[in-house]
Design a protein. Structure first.
Length: 185
């Protein structure tokens, strides 16, 4: 071995040791893998339709919404909502709202923002309209209820009150308090 070979061997050994030392002391970026639970993230749908049936499977009502999104708590948030009953349900009411929350456990809808329930047959066989900022409806039992301010129009008559219970299939309505009205003969 000559001096040149020894010098080359020493240089290579020093370079190898230096490379090993640098790589062992420098921090390596940690690779973090994110795992998402797709089962809890829910769904979203545009132009959604939810169908309600009786025990025989016959269609009773339809809930239409421009947009529906399932939340992590399994509730479904709806926008631009419309609920219509079929003729078989014998409930001549259509209900609209800006927003709603559908409880998956109870099947109850919490309607919000410009809630309007209307019927051509309504109460006293006249065009009837119920307006409220908030309305809770159980479409399976045809029951609508609110503790908020309510405006009720039956033909040319108008009533307002606070709180209401409406049994839509029976065409019964009860204003709970602060009732005032305007009746035109």
């Amino acid at each position: 071995m000559n001096a040149r070979s020894v010098l080359a061997f020493a240089t290579l050994t020093t370079a190898a040791f230096g490379t090993w030392y640098l790589t062992s002391t420098l921090s390596r970026p940690e690779i973090v893998e994110t795992v998402s639970d797709r089962s809890s993230s829910g769904f979203y749908v545009r132009d959604a339709r939810f169908l309600g049936t009786d025990v025989d499977g016959s269609l009773l009502y339809e809930i239409e919404s421009e947009f529906a999104e399932q939340q992590p708590n399994k509730e479904i948030e709806l926008r631009d909502v419309r609920i219509t009953y079929t003729t078989d349900a014998d409930v001549p009411w259509t209900i609209t709202a800006d927003e709603a929350t559908l409880s998956s456990l109870q099947g109850v809808l919490q309607l919000r923002g410009h809630v309007i329930a209307s019927s051509d047959e309504g109460f006293a066989e006249q065009v009837t309209e119920i307006r409220s900022p908030i309305l809770e409806i159980d479409p399976n039992s045809y029951r609508a209820e609110t503790e908020s301010r309510v405006q009720l129009r039956i033909g040319s008559r108008s009533l307002t009150g606070t709180g209401m219970l409406a049994l839509l299939q029976e065409n019964r309505l009860e204003l709970k308090s602060n009732v005032s009205g305007k009746f035109v003969p």
